[in-house]
Design a protein around this ligand. Structure first.
Ligand code: NAP
Ligand code: MG
Length: 509
């Protein structure tokens, strides 16, 4: 290696040795060392310890049930098949709902609240023991960086089980002055961006309140839900209390339309949410919808700029931007627009895109080819409508589905990229001059899920957030979650809340 003697070895923040790029580490003729470009060594998470079957049947009535059709789930970072999973037909959905009804009538509605709590605690503790295995599988099946599944998805999912286990025998405190009772069978449908976490948001409060469950995973990410089924077996939950199935939109529709599902909890797109609302209208089903978003992240000129830059990066590039509450519309005060764009361009260069199982990866792969096509189509519209594009110049792996971290400046409110949910690593930057203009622009959306406000004035934070129409608002931070804190939307982002004491409301009558 052509490095001067005594040259210090560099260590990354996670303790890895940084390897010098030997192409650029050469001595010039005058003996001076050329500028060294330091590269991270690969640090691939060990996946040998994970246990996956090659084929997953449906988990119904505490048993693994075969069906007629199976489909493949792939790893989007290399397009390799990980396993086959069962496709639940209408007949299978019927079996699952009947199993849940039987479990509700015979067992779950009869046992004490304290017993219910114990089972949920048991699920939480087993999940905690298996957290590493779950994190690896979540990253393999969905493409998200291992550092995110390890530090966000899995810990938050099990924290929700712990949290709601605690509520099971305290419902009279959650609903003072009210005598509540469970509803019956809850039908639950979840998306692919946070599979285990979305399942925890739904299953834990449903069980705590005394309901039984039929839950369907998204087509591209069924695996951690079937691993959860194994945890449920290990926890010896009475059979049929939680039924886990996989399939496609038709499977979801069969859950919604089944006469015995008394409550529907849906997280997914606004388009499908509207369809479900129509289908449940006129029935006595309880409904909660957690839908899309187009959050405004507002940066005032007095904001701590470097912290805000990190908040912008976290807001839009976390989980490849596959986040319903992503800070996808950046509203920057005009006086600081140039410095914010300059710093963002610089920061984009250091985002590491690549293997989701590499602990140094910041941005993983796009979840599916369908999602990649949607991102590309919307980015093209941004260019055609006249916005200015900036993209990371990082190299991308040969196989798999990838999209460079991207942002657009000079975005007008009429542009599609300012209105439609891109659900990818693409940020749209708009500007404002006064606080009133910021609020008007932030609220100028069909959605109302989340928002961010960055300023060093506490009074400005309170004044702004009181006028924003969004379910969750972060100030001087972004994308922070806690099981005790309710989450949900306004307008076309849906209704009902998940998380916190509020999350219990949907599961009682
Ligand atoms: P999606 O297409 O609406 O699908 C969501 C779930 O619904 C999937 O399990 C899907 O099955 C199923 N489904 C599809 N058509 C259905 C139908 N007609 N009836 C019943 N179920 C049906 O959404 P997605 O693309 O998976 O997820 C991305 C969307 O979710 C984004 O819009 C995002 O903002 C939203 N999201 C919202 C939140 C929130 O808390 N507000 C959280 C996460 C994501 P298949 O996968 O098999 O098609
Ligand atoms: Mg997959």
């Amino acid at each position: 290696m052509k490095i001067q003697a005594g040259h210090k070895q560099k260590i990354s923040s996670n303790g890895n040795l940084l390897k010098p790029n030997t192409k650029t580490d050469s001595l010039k003729s005058n003996g001076v060392l050329k500028k060294t470009v330091w590269e991270y060594s690969k640090s691939i998470e060990d996946s040998k310890h994970i246990k996956l079957k090659s084929e997953y049947d449906l988990f119904i009535g505490g048993k693994w049930i075969k069906t007629k059709k199976y489909f493949e789930t792939i790893n989007p970072s290399n397009e390799e098949v990980i396993a086959k999973v069962a496709y639940a037909s209408n007949e299978d959905v019927n079996k699952a709902v009947n199993a849940a009804e039987k479990a509700y009538d015979k067992v779950w509605s009869k046992i004490s609240a304290k017993e219910r709590g114990k089972y949920i605690f048991r699920i939480a503790r087993i999940l905690q023991e298996k957290a590493r295995e779950f994190a690896v599988i979540e990253s393999m099946d969905g493409g998200k960086p291992i550092k995110e599944s390890k530090s966000v998805d899995i810990p938050l999912a099990l924290a929700h089980f712990f949290y709601y286990a605690g509520w099971a025998d305290k419902l009279e405190l959650a609903f003072p002055g009210r005598k509540v009772s469970p509803i019956g069978v809850a039908g639950q449908i979840i998306p692919w961006n946070f599979p285990l976490l979305m399942a925890a948001w739904k299953i834990a409060p449903a069980l705590a309140c005394g309901n039984t469950v039929v839950i369907k995973s998204a087509e591209t990410t069924p695996l951690t839900l079937y691993k959860l089924a194994e945890v449920i077996e290990e926890a010896e939950l009475p059979e049929g209390v939680v039924n886990i199935i996989s399939g496609d939109g038709a499977t979801g529709a069969a859950i919604v339309n089944h006469p015995k599902t008394k409550k529907i909890a849906f997280t997914g797109s606004t388009e499908v949410g509207k369809l479900i609302m129509k289908q449940t209208a006129g029935t006595d089903k309880k409904l909660t919808l957690e839908l899309g978003g187009k959050a405004a992240n507002i940066i005032f000129e007095d904001a701590p700029i470097d912290a805000a830059i990190e908040g912008i990066i976290n807001g839009i590039y976390f989980n490849q931007g596959h986040v319903c509450c992503a800070g996808s519309r950046l509203l920057v005060q005009e006086s600081i627009k140039d410095i914010v764009i300059k710093k963002l361009r610089y920061r984009l260069k250091s985002l590491r895109v690549g293997d989701p199982l590499d602990k140094n990866t910041d941005v993983g792969s796009i979840n599916s080819i369908m999602q990649l096509d949607r991102i590309k189509e919307l980015v093209k519209s941004g260019i055609n409508e006249g916005a200015k594009i900036y993209q990371s110049e990082c190299s991308l792996p040969q196989r798999g589905y990838w999209f460079r971290p991207t942002f657009f400046s000079d975005v007008a409110q009429s542009h599609r990229i300012a209105n439609e949910e891109i659900f990818g690593p693409v940020l749209s930057i708009l500007t404002f001059r006064t606080p009133a203009e910021a609020i008007e622009k932030a609220n100028n959306t069909f959605y109302g899920l989340s928002a961010g406000v960055w300023t060093d004035k506490g009074s400005k934070i309170f004044k702004t957030l009181s006028k924003l129409r969004a379910g969750v608002i972060w100030s001087n931070t972004f994308n922070k979650f806690n099981p005790a804190s309710p989450f949900g939307g306004y307008k076309e982002s849906g209704f009902g809340r998940e998380g916190g004491r509020h999350g219990l409301e949907a599961y009682v009558k």
